[in-house]
Design a protein around this ligand. Structure first.
Ligand code: NAD
Length: 465
């Protein structure tokens, strides 16, 4: 195999378990002293995070370019701006989120006061993947900070430049007593997972998610699992915007996006759609996409080989070119694909879009229902009737009509999966709630004993029954 043509950054060295243990002990002690709880502290840390992104924007963009070949424009809006929007939203709503809610007490308990108060969970472990290595570390961190928690970040070793930048800059802007970045690969993740946490927030694949869930079970630690899957796009019309939006969502980050449309189910003849998709690809990435500055590269040789094998599992009708040296694959459309091959059995996670013809809408719904629950399901249709049936019948983390990926940047929408695509969701208040405990508090006076009627002996009750 050819060497991995990655940037200058070497993979991070796994931290020695004893160093990890010492870091965690200090962090736990500081967290136990509740320094993360006051609103002022949380607001300060959010400002720190904002400042870090402002002052080191260039370094982060360069790291993303080095890790994934992401151009600065795409990296800025799909990584940095998403985190900035999360910070901004949390800053504006923090006071309101932290407020407790008074609730009514039954007549028999009155007088008494009852309330629900969101409380920090403690120390959160955040483990992230390589495909959006900045966003998927920092967006969960925003939720952890807003909810008043301490946090340890374990970025992906497969995006070493971004991992290194986080380890370098984060401690300069956040309180080091309660926030740490621990770099490393599987060994480091394994050491971390053996520890006791108050929540584990994992973004990645299904296989590792099971390892995380088993480790969490040993301490009964709650988990959020942000996974992937094969997100379908059902196409009912052939409008020019349909093809452009699909191509945009699919080929951003070279298809290495958890909510990218994985495959298309086209109702009826797919020829007009395929033509428009091909036009959209050429208008985005030119006639020679392999050299286009806005098309990134595949993260590793392993993934590159995995994708090349998929190109064999059907008819390539557009694209299909690749470059082994730079690990680039051109945006590709396929049809007549083998439904039993890896292309249609595994998450593609690359720039290959299979288009499958179905006779009618019902067949599309059945196709989706027969497969594991995806993270997102897209319908490209102007028909309110089809939209309503789609929303009702399809099970997915999110349902989007006509704007794939747009759900990601609406902070008030929960972002997360269901079934095979994960558990728990975040973004905006959903992240705050996910990393808080909704604590019940009841308070009553003993000066007048209004409960005396219910104490044993229960002779009073027997009389009534
Ligand atoms: P991965 O599951 O291989 O790795 C994720 C993290 O787990 C990394 O930090 C890695 O170091 C760690 N890890 C790997 N092996 C481990 C082990 N045996 N024990 C403990 N930790 C281990 O995922 P990936 O390849 O980095 O990312 C791609 C996957 O992530 C895709 O399935 C994609 O759909 C999913 N994803 C989901 C979302 C989402 O928000 N739902 C976002 C991006 C990616």
């Amino acid at each position: 195999p050819l060497p991995e043509p990655v940037g200058d950054s070497a993979p991070p060295v796994d931290e020695h378990p004893s160093n990890i243990a010492a870091t965690l002990e200090n962090l736990r002690q500081s967290a136990d002293s509740r320094i993360t709880h006051p609103r002022r502290f949380r607001a300060q840390q959010l400002r720190g995070l904002e400042k870090m992104l402002d002052e080191h924007l260039q370094e982060f963009l360069e790291a993303l370019e080095e890790d994934l070949g992401k151009g600065p424009t795409e990296a800025k809006f799909s990584e940095v701006d998403v985190v900035r929007a999360e910070i901004d939203y949390a800053q504006r709503h923090l006071a309101e989120w932290m407020d407790s809610d008074s609730v009514k007490v039954p007549l028999a308990l009155q007088p008494a006061m009852a309330k629900v108060e969101p409380r920090p969970l403690g120390v959160v472990l955040i483990i992230g993947p390589w495909n959006y290595p900045l966003q998927l570390m920092l967006a969960p961190l925003v939720a952890a900070i807003a909810a008043g928690n301490a946090a340890v970040l374990k970025p992906s070793e497969i995006a070493p430049a971004t991992s290194g930048s986080l380890a370098k800059f984060l401690p300069l802007y956040l309180d080091r007593r309660v926030y740490a970045v621990i770099e490393g690969g599987v060994d480091t993740a394994t050491t971390l997972l053996a520890e006791r946490w108050d929540h584990i927030f994992f973004t990645g694949g299904e296989k590792v998610a099971k390892v995380v869930a088993m480790a969490a079970a040993k301490h009964l630690t709650p988990v959020t699992l942000e996974l992937g899957g094969k997100s379908p796009a059902v196409v009912d019309n052939h409008l020019p915007a349909t093809a452009k939006r699909l191509a945009y969502a699919k080929f951003m980050n070279v298809g290495q996006t958890c909510v990218a449309p994985d495959y298309v189910l086209c109702i009826g003849d797919s020829k007009p759609l395929i033509d428009r998709l091909a036009q959209a690809i050429t208008s985005f990435y030119g006639k020679d996409p392999l050299t286009h500055q806005d098309l990134g590269r595949i993260i590793s040789r392993r993934h590159f080989d995995r994708l090349l094998a998929m190109l064999e599992q059907g008819e390539v009708v557009h694209g299909g070119e690749y470059d082994e040296q730079s690990l680039r694959i051109a945006p590709t459309i396929m049809r007549n694909v083998d439904l039993e091959g890896t292309l249609m059995q595994e998450e593609i996670f690359g720039p290959i879009l299979p288009v499958i013809e179905v006779a009618n809408f019902e067949e599309a719904l059945e196709f989706i229902a027969a497969r594991p629950t995806p993270l997102a399901a897209y319908l490209m249709s102007e028909s309110p009737r089809l939209q309503s049936i789609f929303s009702d019948r399809v099970r997915a983390g999110s349902i989007v009509h006509n704007a794939p990926l747009a759900q990601m940047i609406v902070p008030s929408l929960p972002f997360g999966g269901v079934g095979a695509s994960g558990m728990g969701s975040y973004h905006g208040k959903h992240g705050f709630d996910r990393l808080s405990q909704n604590r019940a508090e009841l308070s009553k006076t003993t000066v007048v004993d209004t409960l005396s009627a219910i104490y044993p002996p229960y002779s009073w009750a027997k009389r009534k029954i």
